[in-house]
Write a protein that binds this ligand. Sequence first.
Ligand SMILES: [Zn+2]
Length: 447
Amino acid sequence: MAFYTSYGAAGEVTGSCHLLNIGNINILIDCGMFQGEESELNFEPFGFNPEDIDYLIVTHAHLDHIGRIPLLVKQGFNKKIISTRATFSIAQLMLRNSAGILESKPKQLYTMQDVDPALELFGNFLECEESLTLDNDIKITFKNAGHILGSVSVKVEFIDEEIAKSVVFSGDIGQSQRIITSPIEFWDKANYVFIESTYGLSVHQELEISINSFKKQILKTIKNGGTVVIPSFALERTQEVLFLLKQMSDEGQLKNIPVFLDSPLAINVTRAFSNYPHLFSDDVKQMIEKGINPFDFQELTNTYTKEESLNINSNNNPKIIIAGSGMCEGGRVNYHLIRYLKEEKNLVLFVGFQVNNTLGQKISRGKGKIEILNSHIHVKAKVGYVSGFSAHADQKELLEWIDTIDDIYCVYLIHGDLPQLQKLKQKVKKDLDEKAHIVKIGEQIHI
Ligand SMILES: [Zn+2]
């Protein structure tokens, strides 16, 4: 007998945690943190006994897929964690940074001391297109999910009561065109498909249009003597922004305009990326083969210490500042916003999705008064938004991803808000003529 149960990211987008029971073997896929309005759920019990888990497979290093691993280990999980090497490298940085933030909260989920025992369990590495046989002849295979560096989707194959069965978990799937990451790989066969539905309802702006808009808004601002503040996510989005700014630098468009990468986490993640040249797109690979660092250029300064960071604002000359957090919920970006939002000549350029009720979302709505770190700011700067850099596939791409798979018995929709799930379900049934089901938290599905 085989069963699937979701303990996170069913009917919601964060807290990914999915359990597959095959006979007496328990395989957990991801153990992510609930974020935003769902954060209180992190303090609820897992819904299963962590001691009973035989394998943890990690699809990628975003916190909503790895953030509760230290908690899982603290509560008794002690088996090997299966992931790509790149995911492990980035997970170390993300989990340590996360613990640092959690320690400053009144109610602590876990501390820095809980991170090392969790990291010690990584080490069962599997790369894309590789397979591994677990106990009871259960076979797992990874393919590139094209979402962030090192991200994978997973196939689990097993024999159940003399019937061969296969289950695919999409992880988070990337757009077909990405700025730096190598393209997504597709599956040809699977019986049960669990797929993320983040953008089940929407279609993204074309990447080329977004790139042009990004560069144009920056050029216009610096030509008018303004400063550009880019609130950016440390993982992947910052490296994409650096890559595009490098192109501008190579074309002589950033002459005498200093660029600051003002985030220790983003600086560390960028360094970690350079250890995995084979995982980049062909363009980026070719640069690396020629000895060129795709994320470095003449005008760029990494500001690691607090002092270096404060020095950025020692003059009012035009500059570009990339700082976290991506949704302006804490981090160094806040004091840059306090300084630069007040003047009309400056630009705050959002390059990622802004969740409801975050400071980033409030600023991105446009002019008005906002409060940052107890300062009341009248927003006069221009506010730009580039929407097409998303690391997630849109509706069309999700459908294409499903459509390449033969022998599907049912498509199970996870990792999405209800309107996205409902629309994708309707499209899967109507356009692809497949059975589709929206998974609920705790619902046991017989496989
Ligand atoms: Zn992700």
